[in-house]
Write a protein that binds this ligand. Structure first.
Ligand code: ADE
Ligand code: ZN
Length: 322
């Protein structure tokens, strides 16, 4: 249809993408062979067949297993270059990429190699790209402080700090002190909240961590006062529709609450989260959402504009990208 062409062709900003979640099974197997890493899957097909998730944790277990093939600076470069190429094809003009250093330092990979590889690929791409270092919330705040310390010598290569991994039982306030430190250091702050966790986690991400965007946030609709606040403050939610369906946050796309959020005046953006695992990149997310929900051209323009407005970029640079 005509709308599909508009969705595909419009300039987009992606604000919620985990670079380790862009590792396609083919690249996982190629890197496993290159690095002599044994995988608990016999083939690409065998691995893909395991991508039947019931909740966030069932995905994270496989996502961390996939990331085990990443050992050297060049591996991080190759992964990031492949994502940026796909993003470019989808007319993504700007992307803010999460990386999870603790997933790699735990395997003995130096933080420097992780950051250098990802950053070098960003510099070689025509897509505007910045990096957000994300703490794993299932680990301790002490561990977060340790990886921050290790990453600070390279702070000119990332602009922000995020919080991801297993949400339930790991509320934002667990990371109050390390986020306060990151704010002092001048980083932009975001956190996953209200994906599987309750609306109260969205409130503490805002009030305790002082984040400037909420990643996911779709469970805010359970608290009308919170929705009103998000709309009033024009707090951006980086919503990931295909992810939400694959991880059973919504039983199917037709039940996604993205349109209700938009109608409530919330600044919603569309993003891919972990595109290699959830069935698609940016355009796939836009198309699947627009096929399932009664959305039209004005919604498409609004969603794309929200992405640029919520980006951590100087105003003049945003204008150049449009
Ligand atoms: N890590 C990668 N993708 C994630 C998600 N959707 N939620 C929490 N942690 C993640
Ligand atoms: Zn995410």
């Amino acid at each position: 249809t005509q709308l599909r062409g508009v969705l595909e062709g419009m300039p987009k900003a992606e604000l919620h993408i985990h670079i380790e979640g862009s590792l396609e099974p083919e690249l996982i197997f190629a890197l496993a062979a290159r690095n002599n890493v044994a995988l608990p899957y016999a083939s690409v097909e065998d691995l893909r067949a395991a991508y039947a998730f019931t909740d966030l944790q069932s995905f994270l277990d496989i996502y961390y297993a996939g990331a085990s093939v990443l050992l050297h600076e060049q591996d991080f470069y190759d992964m990031t270059a492949a994502y940026l190429k796909r993003a470019e094809q989808d007319n993504v003009r700007h992307t803010e990429i999460f990386f999870d250093p603790q997933t790699h330092t735990a395997r003995g990979v130096p933080v420097k190699d992780v950051i250098d590889g990802i950053h070098r690929a960003c510099q070689d791409s025509p897509v505007s790209a910045t990096l957000i270092l994300s703490f794993l919330r299932h680990l301790s705040e002490e561990d977060a402080f340790a990886v921050l310390e290790e990453a600070l010598p390279y702070r000119d290569k990332y602009i922000g700090i995020g919080l991801d991994s297993s949400e339930r039982g790991n509320p934002p306030e667990k990371f109050a002190r390390v986020f306060a430190r990151c704010k002092e250091l001048g980083f932009r702050l975001v956190a996953h909240a209200g994906e599987e966790g309750p609306p109260a986690y969205i409130e503490t991400a805002l009030d305790v961590l002082k984040v400037e965007r909420i990643d996911h946030g779709v469970r805010c609709l359970e608290d009308p006062a919170l929705v009103e606040r998000l709309a009033r403050e024009q707090m951006a939610l980086t919503v990931c529709p295909l992810s939400n369906v694959k991880l059973c946050v919504f039983p199917e796309m037709a039940q996604h609450n993205l349109l209700e959020l938009l109608d409530a005046g919330v600044k919603v953006t569309i993003n891919s989260d972990d595109p290699a695992y959830f069935g698609g990149y940016m355009n796939d997310n836009f198309i699947a959402t627009f096929e399932a929900l009664p959305l039209g051209l004005s919604h498409a323009q609004r969603l794309a504009r929200n992405g640029f407005e919520a980006a951590f970029l100087p105003e003049a640079q945003k204008q150049q990208l449009l």
